[in-house]
Ligand binder design. Structure first.
Ligand code: BG6
Length: 504
């Protein structure tokens, strides 16, 4: 373990213990933290759910998840045997107060056994409908009163719109201190996303260029080949705007656009991000028409496999008006960014799965070379590739070796694979460790979530009130609807994508 970290005895209570998130993300993350020595000596993971299971069967389920989803692959038998001694299960009805009394008894039991007051982390990996009842019961059972030692982790979606997020914040605020509330946006835990701040604020060469004088426009694109899969019931009530833009993409935008915080403390960083959200230009109904595009995927073929259209997916309304693609143009009205468009796009069943930020600089003020020398002239670009490729590349013009003066675009690349030998930790490892350490830098503060909802409400309201007559309007394995191309082409640009494995 890193000797500078002081980890307290900890009890994790995972609501939704038998669910998908626990098996895909939380259990592998906790196990990897354990292998890397980032769990305290004394810890217990209590999964809880409605299904009746013994501790053994529950830990077998976690093992299956780990074997399938851990970045390290199959668990080592001996290590797993040690780890699984720390796993327990409590069958529960989360509406029933008895459940919480039982948690209380278990917490007392471990406090005595460890002869220490443990940190207790309540992880709500359940549908948002249950957030209020769990929080209220924790309060009634007086299980959240120790503001230093108890924490509650809330998965997204945090609210469904501005009003519901305010209501949820108000409810949580009555029970917990803000410093106890950990609102997850898992993008913030990704290595490449954390690196945006390091890259911007630990290097002096960028700052003079990082503004409207040198940057022409910014693109943030998070595309997925996957469809909605098994999550049709959740997704049909959400859509791309709520599912991705309100949280992940706007957080990426904040990291690109924020001013330098005075320190790396959680509140300083989050204050600067809120400043960005507050400076973003609000949409009028006309802006929604001109600056926001929605799409829904039709059936098609992805990598040789036929895939259903969105309206044919399980648990989706066959006449659904829900968008599976969204592209938007934003402006940030402050001194640094005035007039610089930020284009965001996200969608499911797209041609490529990749998350990329592209910052395009302005052109040189005057060309000194004859036009025929420029073979593939292009303005300078900084490309921050978040996944699957993990890299930062700066595209510059250079002379091609030879007797003629020929200019073309070359990349100066920082590639994680080539630079580091260690596997990067998964986002959930970072986020769970930060929760144990009480560091909220990578978590959403209440006002941040509300500011993001506030910005998007005009678009959400317009899209909800006006059914799209063109849905489905893009086929699987495409780059989304034509209107999204038009949105950016009107300004003289086109969407950027990073060729992956030869795939453009
Ligand atoms: C989740 C969304 O927050 O992020 C999913 O609910 C989406 O719809 C996922 O697929 C994407 O995350 P990642 O880490 O795979 O890019």
């Amino acid at each position: 373990m890193d000797s500078t970290l002081s980890l307290q005895p900890t009890i994790f209570i995972i609501f939704g213990g038998t669910g998908d998130l626990n098996s895909r993300k939380l259990a592998p993350a906790l196990y990897n933290l354990y292998l890397d020595g980032f769990l305290p000596q004394q810890f217990t993971i209590i999964g809880t759910g409605r299904t009746k299971l013994t501790d053994e069967v529950f830990s077998e389920k976690l093992l299956e998840g780990i074997n399938q989803f851990s970045r390290r692959g199959k668990a080592d038998e001996a290590k797993w045997a040690e780890f699984s001694k720390h796993v327990a299960y409590q069958v529960s009805d989360i509406n029933d107060f008895e459940t919480y009394k039982e948690f209380g008894r278990r917490i007392d039991h471990y406090s005595k056994e460890w002869n220490a007051k443990p940190n207790v982390i309540y992880y709500l990996a359940v549908s948002p409908n249950f957030f209020p009842v769990i929080a209220e019961n924790i309060s009634k059972a007086k299980l959240g009163t120790d503001t230093e030692r108890t924490r509650i982790v809330i998965e997204k979606p945090f609210g469904h719109d501005l009003e519901s997020s305010k209501k949820l914040n108000a409810l949580l605020g009555k029970i917990f201190d803000e410093k106890q509330i950990y609102r997850i946006d898992h993008y913030l835990g990704k290595e490449t996303v954390q690196n945006i701040m390091a890259f911007r604020f630990a290097n002096s060469i960028l700052e003079p260029l990082w503004n409207r004088n040198y940057i022409q426009h910014v693109q943030i694109s998070v595309t997925e080949q996957l469809g909605v899969g098994e999550r049709g019931d959740y997704y049909d009530g959400a859509g791309a705007l709520r599912d991705m833009i309100q949280n992940h993409l706007l957080q990426l935008l904040c990291l690109v656009a924020m001013e330098s915080p005075v320190s790396f403390s959680a509140d300083e960083v989050r204050n600067r991000k809120v400043d960005v959200l507050k400076a973003m230009r609000r949409f009028t109904p006309d802006d929604v028409r001109l600056s926001a595009v929605r799409g829904q995927y039709a059936k098609g073929w992805i990598e040789g496999k036929e895939v259903p259209g969105y309206r044919e997916e399980g648990k989706v309304n066959p006449q659904s008006n829900t968008e599976t693609f969204a592209a938007m143009k934003f402006f940030i009205d402050n001194w640094r960014w005035h007039g610089v468009p930020f284009y965001l796009r996200t969608g499911k069943r797209m041609h490529q799965s990749s998350s990329v930020i592209m910052i395009q600089f302005k052109d040189v003020p005057h060309y000194i070379f004859p036009t025929e020398t420029a073979e593939s002239w292009q303005q300078n670009r900084l490309i921050i590739s978040i996944q699957p490729e993990m890299s930062i590349r700066l595209q510059v013009q250079a002379k091609r070796p030879g007797l003629n003066m020929v200019l073309n675009t070359v990349d100066m690349v920082f590639d994680y694979k080539g630079t580091y030998t260690n596997d990067a930790p998964e986002a959930y490892e970072t986020l769970l460790l930060d929760t144990m350490l009480g560091d909220q830098t990578l978590f959403m503060r209440g006002d941040q979530v509300e500011a993001a909802w506030d910005l998007l409400m005009p678009v959400l309201n317009t899209w909800q009130s006006k059914t799209s007559l063109s849905f489905p309007n893009y086929s699987a394995d495409s780059w989304g609807p034509e209107a999204a191309e038009a949105l950016i082409a009107r300004d003289g640009f086109h969407w950027f994508s990073l060729p992956l494995n030869g795939k453009k």
